[in-house]
Design a protein around this ligand. Structure first.
Ligand code: C5P
Length: 223
């Protein structure tokens, strides 16, 4: 394998309601992170997996994942971007393709990991999986008053894993300023073209209680 996958899993998960850190919330009896890592490890190109865990949970997360796949676990940071940077710093020499994948996208199929990696391997510096936007999107101002309607056909909803040539991601993190919600955003700021490939509905981000219910249903159906 020529791919290292970084898994930021250090978020609190406030939008899911009170409880354990999000990556450790159970989905059909197993933590979201276990589901995510199992699917990453099933992708044949994956050589290395580095997980950024909540600082207080590093040992627990290592124990949890050891039976699932060989992983390196590091303490994450206060923002997602810091968690990714910590994981990136722990990647050994070797893999030249780096994927960044949210633990919260627990049911992401191994095929999506492979298709993003393949697009980087084919020569793209930065690759993101996307879906079309189904809802009409409005921009709103103060008082929830509509300012305008955005042209939906030009919009995409962005998922992970996001894939990068190693040197490109390293340079983007070294130059990073204010925290962003994804790694492609950092790369865009460097002027590097970011290419879209088709995402997967199964790669939904488990963020709110409804998403957890949907994920349990998908899992029961064999996802
Ligand atoms: O909060 P959000 O849903 O955008 O988090 C996306 C991913 O980033 C989650 O897997 C979460 O655990 C991770 N994260 C992190 N460190 C933080 C905040 C979020 O690893 N400080």
């Amino acid at each position: 394998g020529d791919v290292a996958v970084l898994v930021p899993a250090a978020g609190a998960g406030v939008r899911l309601g009170p409880g354990a850190p999000k990556a450790l919330r159970p989905l059909a009896g197993e933590p979201l992170l276990v589901h995510a890592v199992r699917r990453i490890a099933a992708a044949a190109s994956v050589h290395t997996i580095v997980v950024a865990a909540p600082a207080a949970e590093v040992d627990a997360v290592r124990d949890l994942l050891t039976p699932v796949a060989p992983v390196t676990v590091v303490p994450g940071g206060a923002e997602r971007q810091a968690s990714v940077a910590a994981a990136l710093a722990a990647v050994p020499a070797g893999p030249e393709i780096i994927l960044v994948h949210d633990a919260a996208r627990a049911l992401t199929p191994p095929e999506l990991v492979e298709s993003v990696a393949a697009a980087v391997r084919s020569g793209h510096d930065a690759v993101i999986p996307v879906l079309p936007v189904v809802d009409t999107i409005k921009e709103v101002g103060p008082g929830e008053v509509v300012l305008g309607t955005v042209d939906r056909s030009a919009l995409r909803a962005v998922q992970t894993p996001q894939g990068f040539r190693r040197a490109v991601l390293t340079a983007a993190h070294e130059a990073a300023g204010d925290p962003l919600t994804d790694d492609a955003g950092l790369v865009e700021k460097q002027g590097v073209p970011v290419v879209c490939v088709p995402g997967s509905e199964h790669a939904l981000k488990v963020t709110r209680p409804f998403d957890l219910a949907l994920a349990e249903h998908l899992l029961a159906g064999g996802a």
